[in-house]
Ligand binder design. Structure first.
Ligand SMILES: Nc1ncnc2c1ncn2[C@@H]1O[C@H](COP(=O)(O)OP(=O)(O)OP(=O)(O)O)[C@@H](O)[C@H]1O
Length: 221
């Protein structure tokens, strides 16, 4: 049985056409936990996050949130998702976006210097990296208890990656995170445990050697 305050996925299977991408994948995340999701390009990480959020209907999944079965994550109001692709509208003021997405922790996010400095702009007035950073904060600070982050560190300068990590740490008592990125050293730093997707299956990773064993990083000398 799953604990209360847990996102739980079991038996997730999906194929595109005849290509099997996920075969009975299991994944869980509790409040207070950061789960790092790793895997080679095309292994199915984004597919899995889309399945959880509900924008992709898999061939099979068994999903529960706080013990209760759910079909589409976004309908629960408890799951937020940062997709790989840009999602913010270009012509809406950043301040308005934060008013739409963030309620509980708005004061906290508005007290962050680089967010406050950009509130009066629209996304099209910002660089690609800053747009991504704003998107990341909109999702981190949304009211959802479980946050799915697809490549939050890509395009972002190291100084801001540190900021993202710090804010994840700050929010962790109240939220659970599932995060994937190919800056795997960052994923190792920020995560309490690591799950690797390989050949459609999930593997528990405990050491860097495990990552080499599964062919995610070059074998270690
Ligand atoms: N809509 C689609 N139609 C057909 N095939 C798809 C579709 N979306 C993804 N795929 C294929 O499914 C596989 C898994 O894609 P996915 O985006 O989930 O991988 P990923 O692990 O997130 O990869 P990356 O690390 O490169 O972002 C890839 O081979 C991809 O080409």
């Amino acid at each position: 049985m799953s604990d209360y305050r847990e996102l739980y996925l079991d038996s997730v299977s999906h194929r595109y056409g005849t290509k099997q991408i996920l075969s009975s994948v299991y994944l869980s995340c509790k409040i207070g936990e950061t789960v790092g999701l790793l895997g080679r390009n095309g292994s199915g990480k984004s597919t899995l996050l889309k399945v959880i959020f509900g924008t992709l209907n898999p061939h099979f999944k068994y999903a529960r949130l706080n013990g209760k079965p759910f079909k589409k994550g976004y309908l629960t109001g408890q799951i937020a998702y940062l997709p790989q692709e840009r999602f913010v509208p270009l012509h809406v003021k950043i301040e308005k976006l934060f008013h739409l997405f963030v309620h509980t922790h708005r004061d906290l996010v508005f007290s962050t210097d680089f967010i406050r400095d950009h509130l009066r702009y629209t996304a099209d007035q910002l660089s690609g990296g800053l747009q991504r950073l704003i998107e990341c904060f909109l999702i981190l600070y949304s009211d959802a208890s479980f946050v799915l982050l697809d490549e939050p560190f890509s395009q972002i300068a190291p100084i801001y990656v540190e900021e993202i990590q710090d804010h994840m740490q700050l929010l962790k008592a109240k939220k659970g995170f599932i995060v994937t990125d190919h800056y795997y050293e960052r994923i190792l730093e920020v995560s309490d445990r690591i799950v690797l997707i390989n050949n459609g299956c999930n593997y528990k990773i405990t050491t860097k050697e495990d990552l080499a064993l599964h062919g995610y990083i070059p074998s270690m000398k």
